[in-house]
Design a protein around this ligand. Structure first.
Ligand code: AGP
Length: 610
């Protein structure tokens, strides 16, 4: 996600801002910029690409100014180019603003502001806020009142910092949903997304809470609420080292990203669920409903974890939208002679948006006349730019090589796509509303499962010495068995296999003994009883069973040696919950085995070669 840093004090700001941005690079970004207040003017420099590109643009003599703000952008609205890089200014260039978050009502505000004569220079949601603040300032409002007035008109999430020629030594910062802090120096102060940006200068910070505004000057700061009423806030001393801060206080990025899933799911679903109509709003599909109605077949194509998500998408689409669907390994699809035509919808799923095989498969599909969609996390990535349309996951940067939050966001995005396609066909409004309500509740249910991490950690202790592990599931949870096995093998190096539970009798049951743990995904769904029978078969042969069950389950619980219970939800959404214990299981086993969890041997985060 985006990085924010600001400085005001006796020193030259530019070098301090660039240093702070470099400390925030770990957050993932695709452009950077800064704004300095000097001699009654605001000077903005920004560039697409890495901070080194911005430094080249700045040249060897950094622009002067004792007050400034700087930003690394993780694109959500608008391509990752220079025009869309932050900071953004008002029409007159008398204020500059940087933002982390999503302004949901940006389109409506943009239209109204443009009608009132405001000139926009970017396609970002952020820029509307600069013009809203400009309007309040123009009516004679004080700087902090103007920022509060602008913020009171936007919906969504923000962490912002603003500078203005109106008060040249002041930074106004505000938070709602995106972390922000004030760092207190000696005669100088900073604002930042997290302490890593300022740790070299001070460990004394004030963490802003949602709905709070900070007015920061060289020797003083005030914290206000959105009504600009002052409030007292504690000063915290940051004891973490830099590496720990970058991981949000967690031992590994993978654990941070597992625990981020309530928030990443909220971001994936934000603004896309229409409960009244029982359907979904997808702004980026770039395809009309009439064109979607022409689709008579869907091919999902992906690799690895994304391929597992595709399998779930296939089940969803056939169950709810009644559209013949299939899943292809991208590496296979691209070299076969697949039957694809202009009524085939080919959906590429990719966290990175750069996986070579998936990109090649989508190009092959386009060559054969198919319409292509991309379900991608990285905005502006190659796949995102080459498909006809798509759905951004908005899950935030996924740093750990083992994909976790992207997987659950892919499932949520697939459910939203299925909802839209289904409601164009046989899905009733009542069925649609049921799916919408279940999706809306999902992040809270995820939180309940993640709270059971200590239980999973205890099971991991018992399984960490296994040489082989078998994962079994049926229906929507067969792909979860595959995913659980992939997680374990790619970060702990224990051999693991995922299978449809019924397939066990066709071979794998020969492996069962008391040395090979078997993990069953057995939620109370349409095939629950079948899975119970499979568990009995394993137990009858001396197998040891860990089961993921639905809260209140008694059937499986009496059979399993270990169990983790997850809340009930619709069958098609159970994978979002049942995969969580398996992500944690793989994580804790790998940690105990001393493996490099975030960068497992031989693996890359994005496989950009064949
Ligand atoms: C998953 O944990 C792996 N890192 C890998 O299988 C990954 O899912 C695969 O390489 C696809 O990557 P993509 O989603 O970025 O295309």
């Amino acid at each position: 996600m985006c990085g924010i840093v600001g400085y005001t004090g006796p020193r030259q700001a530019a070098a301090l801002l660039l240093e702070g941005l470099k400390r925030l690079e770990y957050r993932g970004y695709d452009s950077a910029g800064l704004a300095l207040v000097h001699d009654g003017r605001i000077e903005v420099h920004k560039a697409a690409g890495k901070i080194s590109v911005l430094e080249q643009e700045l040249g060897t003599t950094l622009p002067p100014g004792h007050t400034g703000i700087a930003h690394t952008r993780w694109a959500t609205h608008g391509a990752p180019n220079t025009a869309n890089a932050h900071p953004h200014t008002d029409c007159g260039g008398t204020l500059a603003l940087i933002h982390n978050g999503i302004i949901e009502n940006a389109a409506v505000l943009h239209t109204a502001l443009a009608q009132r004569g405001h000139v926009f220079r970017s396609e970002t949601d952020t820029e509307v806020l600069a013009h809203l603040i400009e309007e309040v300032l123009a009516k004679g409002g004080a700087f902090v009142e103007a920022v509060a007035g602008g913020l009171n008109q936007v919906e969504g999430t923000y962490g912002i910092a603003v500078v203005s020629t109106r008060e040249p030594d002041t930074i106004v910062a505000a938070r709602k949903g995106s972390p922000l802090l004030v760092a207190i120096g000696s005669g100088e102060n900073f604002v930042a997304s997290d302490a890593s940006a300022v740790l070299a200068h001070t460990r004394s910070v004030v963490y802003l809470d949602d709905g709070e505004i900070a007015v920061v000057r060289p020797g003083e700061y005030r914290i206000l609420d959105l009504g600009t009423v002052e409030k007292e806030k504690a000063v915290t001393r940051v004891d973490w080292d830099l590496a720990t801060i970058e991981r949000g206080g967690h031992a590994h990025f993978m654990l941070k990203e597992i625990l981020e899933q309530p928030e990443s799911l909220r971001n994936t679903l934000r603004g896309r669920l229409l409960e009244e109509e029982g359907t979904a709003r997808l702004g980026g599909l770039n395809v009309t409903d009439e064109q979607l109605l022409q689709v008579n077949r869907i091919v999902f194509t992906a690799c690895g974890t994304s391929w597992h998500a595709a399998l779930i998408g296939e089940y969803m689409m056939e169950e709810l939208a009644r559209i013949p669907s299939e899943v292809e390994y991208a590496s296979e699809f691209r070299y076969r002679n697949p039957i694809v035509d202009d009524r085939t919808l080919v959906v590429g799923i990719s966290q990175s948006g750069e996986t070579a095989d998936t990109l090649a498969a989508l190009r092959e599909a386009k060559r054969r006349g198919a319409r292509t969609l991309g379900l991608v996390n990285v905005v502006g990535s190659t796949i995102a730019r080459e498909v006809d349309g798509g759905i951004y996951l908005h899950a935030g940067p996924e740093i750990g090589v083992a994909s976790t939050k992207a997987f659950t966001s892919q499932i949520a995005a697939l459910a939203v796509l299925t909802l839209k396609m289904g409601r164009l066909r046989a899905l009733s409004i009542l069925q649609g509303r049921e799916v919408v309500r279940a999706l809306a509740k999902l992040p809270d249910l995820v939180e309940r499962v993640l709270a059971k991490a200590p239980e999973v950690e205890r099971i991991a202790e018992r399984m960490m010495r296994a040489g082989n592990v078998l994962y079994l599931g049926r229906g929507y949870n067969f792909p979860v068995a595959l995913e659980g096995a992939l997680k374990l093998k790619e970060i702990s190096y224990i051999h693991a296999e995922g299978y449809p539970a019924a397939e066990m009798k066709h071979g794998p049951i020969a492996l069962i003994d008391d040395l090979m743990p078997v993990v069953f995904i057995a939620p109370k769904d349409a095939v629950y009883q079948k899975v119970v029978s499979n568990i009995e078969e394993v137990k009858a042969r001396g197998g040891r069973v860990m089961a993921v069950v639905t809260e209140g389950d008694s059937g499986v619980a009496r059979l399993a040696d270990h169990k983790i219970a997850v809340p009930e939800t619709l069958d098609l959404l159970t994978p979002v919950l049942t995969v969580l214990p398996l992500q944690l299981l793989a994580y804790y086993i790998a940690v105990r085995r001393g493996c490099n969890v975030d960068q497992p041997r031989n693996l890359a985060k994005s496989v950009t070669v064949e």
